[in-house]
Write a protein that binds this ligand. Structure first.
Ligand code: ADP
Ligand code: MG
Length: 611
């Protein structure tokens, strides 16, 4: 799971008990001085180390199966931060209340634990192989989907590890362990004949010992009433550190001869059908199409499962044909209208490529239009043609025939504000955070490429499905020269004033920082499930409202962390406003922290005791 304590200044990561005590000593040993560190025994758990009357106390905090956190016997909390906040008001069984955080010295990052690097490598390997991604597409899939992939991985990851031998008999296990040398600690795990039950076979003193792994009602794995684990691979990782009741600790794995994986990091196998997603219930020959909302499917569709995550030209064969102008004969234009815009209508269609056909949206320029509008559409096409990011609608090209047509990837879920207002009660706020995080990834890309969007708004964020958003409508966008950081509009135009930063309105000055302002307004629209911003005000009145230091109120279902972020986006002076690199990091941290605690809380148990 993503670490929900990572952002806390008093979280030290994976440090030992004595290191924790050393830090507390250096910080002065006052009563109630405390820090948080990672727990080695309990994955996803922490230890609260604190001082009272010049003595150290260490309280393990367990992450429970339902996603809540509790000190053994104490009240359950939805995260480590909330837990610490609670104990700063009420000792509730601890030696005293938490009074003063012992923060990490400046420049010191939390110490990553052994499990963190395993987890990160597993997520990376799994995404790379399941969706056959490399480079930037791989990095972005990791950033945007790590929480979902981790959930998928955690329960099945053992199947992908070298030490896991599947269903083999006790005798087969022994013969595999006896082949070659038999150092103490050589081990393997196997599934027993009764499906879903497992055993660990371990060599010690040239003898093989077999331990049955029990799986209790709460879903935890353990050996002979030992430490309990959420997954089999966590059990193995832990027993590599100490025997915990076994005759010896796990040292060297006996690799499964049926598995070709190289040594080192566990590498999960690719999905058998290569790129094909495993969770789709509906699928046609060219990837995913039906049910744009994804609501029908119980299992989650990830952006990488769709046919528009990677560029249609990611295949080198297709890339040969990549040109801005498309042949009319390769395009089928449907009657179906997807929407209307300033130019004319947007129609559904299909574009035939060398090896595949893709669903497209076609922006048609109304006939009888003036030259300036043709030029504008060509400008939009040229801008979009330079962009290639999974969270931005890609342009396939333009086609000059019965009308001038801009051919784009299809995002059939429609504009974000409409989707959210019509599905208000079905879409949890976590889902909104996930989508806005994706918008931040797309905007970070634009910022890096030195493009300004100038029309970022919920109406211009289109959905591929419930869990996949793309930025669209580059009609007002500009590519900045390499050493420019802003675009100065010569005249004012038909502008979306309510989305514009003060410097746009006052000085006609547009930059990635003014896009950040618009991102804040888009966040407000999203968290209010599609309401209109500055409801009763007229565009020009908004400026006075802002100059008086006022800002829109927090939408009713919006988490305070997200309201805080939108207010940062609405920093009056652009110099002081965060950029998209910062915004994306902030929303990512929040998104990961809530992804780790999605389920309902559990009740308290027993009384707390120091260890
Ligand atoms: P305008 O510049 O006139 O606002 P947009 O690019 O925002 O035009 O498109 C107008 C509408 O057309 C959108 O709100 C949406 O409903 C539909 N549309 C545009 N692009 C796509 C696309 N790539 N996929 C699906 N629908 C689209
Ligand atoms: Mg639009």
């Amino acid at each position: 799971m993503p670490n929900p304590a990572a952002h806390l200044p008093f979280y030290f990561g994976s440090i030992s008990r004595s290191d924790a005590e050393e830090h507390l000593k250096l910080a002065g040993m006052s009563d109630g001085l405390f820090l948080l560190r990672q727990c080695l025994r309990n994955l996803g758990g922490y230890v609260l180390s604190m001082v009272h009357k010049i003595q150290f106390y260490h309280y393990p905090i367990e992450r429970q199966m339902n996603g809540t956190y509790a000190i053994a016997g104490g009240k359950a909390h939805c995260g480590p931060e909330e837990l610490c906040e609670y104990y700063s008001k009420d000792a509730d069984g601890l030696c005293c209340t938490l009074r003063k955080p012992c923060n990490r010295p400046s420049g010191m990052e939390p110490q990553p634990g052994i499990f963190d690097s395993i987890r990160d490598n597993m997520v990376r390997a799994y995404i790379r192989q399941t969706w056959n991604l490399e480079g930037e597409a791989l990095e972005l899939a990791i950033i945007s989907q790590a929480p979902q992939v981790e959930k998928l991985l955690a329960t099945t990851a053992h199947e992908t590890m070298r030490w896991y031998h599947g269903i083999i008999s006790r005798e087969q296990a022994e013969s595999r362990l006896y082949s070659g040398t038999q150092p103490d600690g050589k081990f393997l795990m196997r599934e027993r004949k009764e499906k879903g039950t497992y055993a660990l076979s371990l060599v010690y003193g040239k003898t093989v010992y077999h331990y049955r792994i029990t799986h209790d009602k709460a879903g935890k794995y353990s050996i002979e009433e030992g430490t309990k684990f959420d997954t089999l691979w966590q059990l193995v990782e832990y027993l590599k550190l100490k025997p915990d009741g076994l005759i010896y600790y796990l040292k060297e794995d006996a690799p499964n001869p049926d598995m070709s994986a190289a040594s080192g990091t566990p590498v999960p196998p690719a999905h058998p059908s290569g790129k094909a997603p495993r969770r789709l219930t509906t699928q046609n020959s060219d990837g995913y199409t039906p049910d744009p909302t994804g609501l029908e499917n119980k299992s989650r569709i990830l952006p990488m499962d769709t046919s528009c995550y990677e560029s249609p030209y990611s295949d080198p064969e297709e890339l040969k044909d990549k040109k801005l102008f498309l042949k009319r004969s390769n395009l089928i234009v449907d009657e179906v209208e997807l929407g209307v815009g300033n130019f004319g209508c947007v129609r559904k269609g299909v574009y035939k490529m060398r090896k595949k056909q893709i669903d497209v949206a076609i922006k048609m320029l109304k006939s009888g239009n003036e030259k300036t509008q043709r030029d504008d559409m060509m400008k939009e096409a040229q801008i979009m043609h330079q962009l290639d990011n999974p969270y931005i609608v890609r342009v396939i090209g333009v086609c000059e025939a019965e009308a001038l047509m801009l051919v784009m990837e299809m995002a059939s879920g429609g504009p974000l504000h409409k989707f959210l207002s019509s599905k208000r009660d079905e879409i949890p706020v976590n889902n909104v955070v996930e989508l806005m995080h994706q918008v931040a990834i797309g905007m970070k890309y634009l910022e890096e490429k030195n493009f300004v969007h100038r029309d970022l708004a919920a109406r211009n964020v289109l959905l591929v499905n419930q869990h996949y958003a793309k930025i669209s409508d580059f009609g007002l966008s500009k590519a900045l020269a390499a050493d420019d950081s802003y675009y100065m509009a010569k005249t004012t135009g038909k502008w979306p004033l309510k989305w514009y930063a003060p410097e746009c309105i006052l000085f006609r000055k547009f930059s990635s920082k003014s896009d950040v302002w618009s991102y804040g307004v888009t966040m407000w629209e999203a968290f209010s499930y599609g309401q209109k911003p500055y409801k009763k005000m007229k565009g020009p009145d908004v400026m006075t409202f802002l100059e008086n230091g006022k800002r829109m109120e927090c939408p009713s279902r919006c988490p305070p962390e997200m309201y805080k972020l939108m207010n940062q986006c609405w920093t009056f002076k652009w110099e002081d406003r965060p950029d998209f690199v910062t915004v994306e990091t902030l929303i990512r941290t929040y998104y990961y922290s809530i992804a780790a605690k999605t389920e309902e809380g559990a009740g308290p148990r027993g009384a707390a005791t120091p260890t």
